[in-house]
Design a protein around this ligand. Structure first.
Ligand code: GDP
Ligand code: ZN
Length: 461
């Protein structure tokens, strides 16, 4: 199948000033040559692969210079898409990069659909499906840590593990075949069952391990859901603002943001937080009144971390005590705010209530204590299994769903084998496990699924 040449604007991660117009396809060099005039006078088709050239983009109709560019020439198949690729690095910001794209399109390229570059890489066998999805996560990744997860996956860690698990299952299935072919040998059946159980349990363990890291992966991608609670006027909004001001806010496109609470995304010492100020918009009502008992319970229940704010300059109230009850058993950091004012709070009672929770004192007015709070948040996060555990995170919800199904299938196979079910019945569950794992790396997906996945990509990737 001969593909056409596509083009789109592709801005590299972490570099705001430079924008790239990327072309990929059999006519990439010819099309770029229509609009590019190199300093040396040489045409791009004559250049050797993986070289960079300085020159200008000109409008062929008027011969006007549109933009000063550095052009990278990369010949397939040693490129991301495995096709010929040209990258026009523009320095003049978005307006001029748009103009360059327009000229390239006039010269015969087609505007790439979202995710089409990655789709080509996939279709040309450069990457498998889980890697392609990792690219998508990478595009969406909002913090350094989430980026590392996506990168690991791109390197094919998950694919490699899944492949080896499938290989194990395949070996068992081979044994089962032998068994079905020679049913008269009793010891063959015994052997097969023994091997089947051994290998299946190993696969089961590995799938379970992947699933336990998936929650952490989700946290890294979407942020640790952090809810700020406290009586009116204790300083919740001030706390939210302090954390947002000190840390770069993360722009997000994650859906489901509720408007009756305020949400902000920040990166605190490498820990991505989705901060929720429950009192949010006005200061008069308490959280339960404001968003209703059910909703506030739900917000609390879904939280990964609670920041409970108390007022140092006020007596501890029943409401404060109730808040402690409401968050029992959760990860809580207790913040005693307004330490610049005279002490009124009963500190020993607070310590009693806080028990094993961390306790931090702040004066948000004088910008004191925020560092300690951040330290506390970071250490809480890294004390867990997040960093120490298996570096192969599963952070993609489609992968998680498939892993859950695969686990169910392998559980069924093991249970059946242990009950002495005929081996050709057990085989069905094993084959199903194999298929489901295959779907994660795209070995058994239909076209429609592929198209659906790639259409989610951002333009230019
Ligand atoms: P919220 O109702 O819990 O969101 O509280 P706010 O953040 O809106 O703060 C209520 C009031 O307390 C505001 O006037 C803040 O300026 C003030 N405030 C916040 N933190 C401090 C602090 O550390 N010391 C003092 N003296 N005032 C503070
Ligand atoms: Zn507030």
């Amino acid at each position: 199948m001969e593909l056409d040449t596509i083009a789109a604007i592709s801005t590299p991660m972490g570099e705001g000033a430079i924008a790239i117009v990327r072309l990929s396809g059999p006519q990439a060099f010819e099309i770029a040559d229509v609009v590019f005039k190199s300093k040396s006078g040489k045409k791009l088709v004559e250049m050797s692969s993986h070289t960079i050239h300085y020159g200008h983009i000109i409008d062929p109709k008027t011969n006007e210079v549109a933009e000063e560019v550095m052009v990278s020439v990369m010949k397939g198949p040693k490129t991301f898409t495995r096709e010929d690729v040209v990258e026009l690095n523009c320095h003049g910001g978005l307006v001029s990069v748009n103009r360059v794209l327009q000229l390239v399109l006039n010269a015969g390229a087609r505007l790439a659909e979202p995710g089409e570059f990655t789709k080509r890489a996939f279709l040309n066998g450069r990457i498998d499906l889980s890697q392609a999805e990792a690219v998508m996560d990478l595009i969406r990744a909002k913090t350094d840590k989430a980026m590392n997860v996506a990168l690991n996956q791109m390197e094919g860690r998950l694919s490699k593990l899944i492949r080896s698990l499938r290989q194990e299952i395949l070996e068992v299935l081979a044994h089962v075949e032998v068994n079905i072919d020679y049913p008269e040998y009793d010891d063959v059946e015994e052997m097969t069952t023994k091997i089947l159980l051994e290998k299946s349990k190993m696969v089961q363990r590995e799938i379970e391990k992947l699933l336990t890291t998936s929650q952490q992966g989700k946290i890294l991608r979407e942020g640790l859901s952090t809810v700020i609670i406290g009586r009116p006027n204790v300083g919740k909004s001030s706390l939210l603002n302090a954390l947002v001001q000190e840390n770069k806010a993360i722009v997000t496109d994650i859906p489901g943001t509720t408007r009756d609470v305020i949400e902000e995304y920040v990166n605190v010492r490498g820990v991505p937080l989705r901060l929720v100020d429950t009192a949010g918009i006005r200061e008069t009502e308490d959280i339960v009144e404001r968003i209703g008992v059910e909703r506030s319970r739900k917000v609390l229940k879904e939280a990964d971390l609670i920041l409970l704010v108390l007022n140092y300059a006020d007596e501890l109230t029943k409401e404060d005590e109730k808040l402690f009850e409401a968050v029992a058993g959760m990860d809580v950091i207790v913040i005693i705010n307004k330490t610049d004012l005279p002490e009124k709070i009963n500190l020993s009672r607070v310590k009693e209530l806080a028990k094993h929770h961390r306790l931090v004192t702040t004066s948000l007015l004088e910008e004191k204590g925020v560092d300690e709070l951040e330290e506390s948040i970071a250490s809480l996060f890294f004390e867990g299994t997040i960093e120490a555990g298996d570096p192969t995170y599963v952070s993609n919800s489609r992968h998680i769903a498939l892993l859950n199904q695969a686990k169910q299938a392998i559980d069924d196979a093991i249970e059946a084998a242990e009950l002495g079910t005929p081996i050709d019945i057990v085989q069905i569950d094993l084959t199903r496990t194999w298929d489901l794992l295959g779907e994660i790396i795209g070995d058994s997906v239909q076209d429609s699924l592929i198209n659906q996945l790639f259409s989610q990509f951002c333009l230019g990737k």
